[in-house]
Structures are given as C-alpha cells and as structure tokens.
Design a protein around this ligand. Structure first.
Ligand code: UDP
Ligand code: MG
Length: 146
C-alpha cells in the first residue's frame, strides 16, 4: 500500500501505519520516496483513460509517499476494508478514508486490489533485497488459521 502525499503532508504516516500494525498486519517492506511521472503512469496505467487521470498523476507526484508491503492472512481485503471506499463520502466510520479524508483525490492511501496487482505494484516499488522475511514472536497470537 501507499500512504499518498496527502497523508505524508498532513502528518498522518504514524497514525495510518499504527492502525495496520495494531491490527496485526506484518510489515515486510517500508520506504519513503517521491514518485516521478513515469512511475506514476505505470502504477496507475489501468486508469489512463479516466477523466481524473491527470489530477491523479499530479497528486501522487506532488510530494513524497511511504510505500509499505504488508503480509497477513486475507491481507489485500483487510487493507482495503481498513482504507474504506475510494470516495471518502462513501467510506464508513472506522475506516482511514471515512475518518480522516473528505475528497477522492486526497484520499490518503492506495491499496492493491488483487494478488496480481499487488505483485505488479510491489515489483515497481521494491527491489527483492528490500523485502524482508522474518518471524514475529507474536504471530502465534495473531494468525491462527482455523
Ligand atoms: N480517483 C479520483 N476520482 C474518482 C475516482 C478515483 O480522484 O472519481 C482517484 C482516487 O485518489 C483513487 C485513485 O484515483 O484512490 C485510484 O482510483 P481507484 O478506483 O483505483 O480507487 P482505489 O483503489 O484507490 O480505492
Ligand atoms: Mg485502485
């Protein structure tokens, strides 16, 4: 997932990360960077024909982002549920966008929407050496597959 420039500029990096960490998602990659236009175009290539594409490129490149790779069971769905609907006016209370944002173009976070897009996006943002494989002692209390 990405904490977008709106989240970085509003000083919400710690708060947003903390929500995911408290939920038990495991951080396996984490970096701050500024996305250039080429990377933005590649990242959002499925939206190239949308009316909001130019605004999207402008917003995502305007300042820095924090890119995070989480691991966990049902991680893609969990992250998207916690993010809330794209348009914050439709995002439920308790979600990041529902609690903290009020505009779709400044909706604070990006989350991959499928395993395929997650794999593609992770490869765009992270080298293999930046992804970490480690055990957490608490996992036996957080991740119990029934
Ligand atoms: N977006 C927008 N206006 C819209 C739809 C989307 O500004 O009407 C922006 C918004 O910032 C969103 C991003 O484009 O997060 C990507 O859109 P997508 O439909 O993939 O939403 P997401 O997966 O981020 O919820
Ligand atoms: Mg999307």
């Amino acid at each position: 997932m990405l904490i977008k420039p709106s989240g970085v500029q509003r000083g919400l990096v710690g708060h947003i990360l903390s929500r995911f960490e408290s939920r038990g998602l495991k951080i396996v990659g984490l970096k701050m960077m500024q996305i250039d236009e080429a990377l933005a175009r590649e990242h959002y290539r499925d939206h190239v024909d949308k009316h909001f594409f130019d605004m999207l490129l402008q917003r995502i490149t305007k300042s820095h982002v924090v890119a995070i790779v989480f691991e966990g069971s049902n991680v893609i769905q969990n992250v998207r549920t916690m993010m809330g609907a794209t348009n914050p006016s439709q995002a439920g209370p308790g979600t990041i966008r529902g609690d903290l944002a009020n505009s779709a173009s400044l909706n604070l976070v990006h989350g991959s929407d499928s395993p395929e897009s997650a794999a593609r996006e992770i490869a765009l943002f992270f080298a293999d050496t930046e992804l970490h494989n480690y055990e957490r002692a608490l996992d036996e209390w957080l991740v119990l597959e029934e």
